[in-house]
Design a protein around this ligand. Structure first.
Ligand code: CIR
Length: 411
């Protein structure tokens, strides 16, 4: 078995991709919990699943091998070593706030007595207090937050597989996520990388792991070509984490340029890929709201350093010129979300009109609801494969967010 990870562009033919089919976790919450769980509405699950299945089929029809996170996790935990399963449950419980006492013991027993695939689904969907017989009387249960319905919160954002990890070159970052609602998600990737037969024992480089201080999410990590990575400084990714990633990539001799691009720190523009994606060798989508009146945006170009400094950093604001230089192209087509109309651009960016998933040079998957941006892409020569999006879009992520590429063909 050789290392299956191969990501040296945003646009090479998509060969292997990891998804998570939405399940009970996207409907196990109330409006009161919504904001904390980073959702703006509660999806209708049967339609969300239908839309997601269509998305997966489009990827398969275009040559991608679609893997499901929930299946990879269950395969690991069904494997030869029971101690891996026991340790995983212990870690999930600890990161959900349960480290000792009667409730922790009851949760542990409840989960370990289930068939593994149901156990995985349950951990993802959340565990209600009413599902568990704690047995022993517990002051914690009687007195602490007694009206709150869950012992383990659901993880509704799991279908945005882009964010908890990012495959870059022949390795990956396993991410320290920003908000509590998503922190536990990267435990699943960590488990799969360490123990799944597809990855285990192959010295896969982890450019930055989830235990490092400083937050980073995959929606901010874009691999522009085999020597340039762009990372957003955003609501979810800190400059500190970007420096760490740059240092590890440079030390390994994979990639020689990291662009750090500063975007507005808001929920609607949470990651770089909600406002900027690469769709062809010399074409990008961009949401005009991230540029100032002169069309500028703070960008830092980082290269390996010299004897005195481990990184060489240059500040620029003319992103288009920077991209032309680092990608070595003479012209660049920046396609504006919503065609630049402020109402349409705002509306379609909110519904992930900039969040295209490129599956081959000039071929993208987008949400059907962003019809103005989609038409514009077509007019710029891009082949657009639309997927239904009424329910999936309620989680505030689009086709790029819903996919975690593991391998792409070289350009
Ligand atoms: N890459 C992305 O932009 N992912 C979208 C994540 C949406 C999710 N509700 C979140 O707030 O994290």
């Amino acid at each position: 078995m050789t290392n299956p990870i191969h990501i040296f562009s945003e646009i090479g033919n998509l060969q292997t991709v990891m998804l998570k089919r939405p399940a009970d976790e996207v409907q196990n919450f109330t409006p009161q919990m919504m904001q904390r769980l980073l959702f703006d509405d509660i999806p209708y699950l049967p339609i969300a699943q239908k839309e997601h299945d269509q998305f997966a089929q489009v990827l398969r029809d275009n040559g991608a091998n679609v893997l499901y996170l929930e299946e990879l996790v269950a395969e690991v935990l069904n494997g030869q070593r029971p101690e891996v399963k026991q340790q995983f449950v212990k870690t999930i419980l600890a990161e959900s706030g349960h480290t000792r006492g009667a409730i922790t013991a009851a949760l542990n027993e409840f989960l370990l007595n289930m068939p593994t695939d149901l156990m995985v689904a349950k951990i993802m969907a959340g565990i209600r207090k009413s599902e568990l017989d704690v047995g022993a009387w517990s002051l914690v249960r009687a007195a602490e937050d007694e009206d709150y319905p869950y012992y383990l919160d659901p993880m509704p954002n799991l279908y945005f597989t882009r964010d908890p990890s990012a495959f870059i070159g022949s390795g990956l970052t396993i991410n320290n996520m920003t908000f509590a609602a998503r922190k536990r998600e990267s435990l699943f990737t960590e488990l799969v990388i360490n123990y799944h037969p597809m990855f285990a024992g192959q010295n896969i480089p982890v450019w930055r792991d989830r235990n490092q201080i400083g937050r980073i999410e995959g929606g901010d990590e874009l691999i522009l070509n085999d020597h340039v990575v762009a990372i957003g400084i955003s609501e979810r990714t800190s400059a500190e984490a970007i420096e760490d990633v740059a240092r590890s990539l440079f030390a390994a001799g994979q990639f020689d340029t990291v662009l750090a691009i500063s975007i507005p720190k808001t929920h609607a523009t949470m990651h770089l890929d909600t406002v900027f994606t690469m769709v062809n060798h010399d074409q990008f989508t961009v949401y005009p709201g991230i540029l100032d009146a002169k069309g500028d945006i703070d960008t830092w170009i980082m290269h390996p350093g010299d004897d005195q400094h481990d990184l060489r950093v240059t500040h620029r604001t003319d992103l288009k010129n920077v991209l032309k230089e680092v990608l070595n192209v003479s012209e660049l087509d920046m396609i504006q979300t919503g065609g630049g109309d402020p109402i349409i651009a705002g509306r379609e960016q909110w519904n992930d009109g900039s969040n295209t998933l490129t599956i081959a040079p000039g071929v993208v998957v987008t949400y059907d609801r962003n019809f103005v941006s989609n038409q514009l892409l077509i007019e710029h020569g891009i082949k657009v494969l639309e997927v239904a999006s009424s329910e999936l879009s309620r989680g505030r992520g689009g086709p790029r967010c819903m996919s975690c590429p593991i391998a792409r063909a070289d350009l």
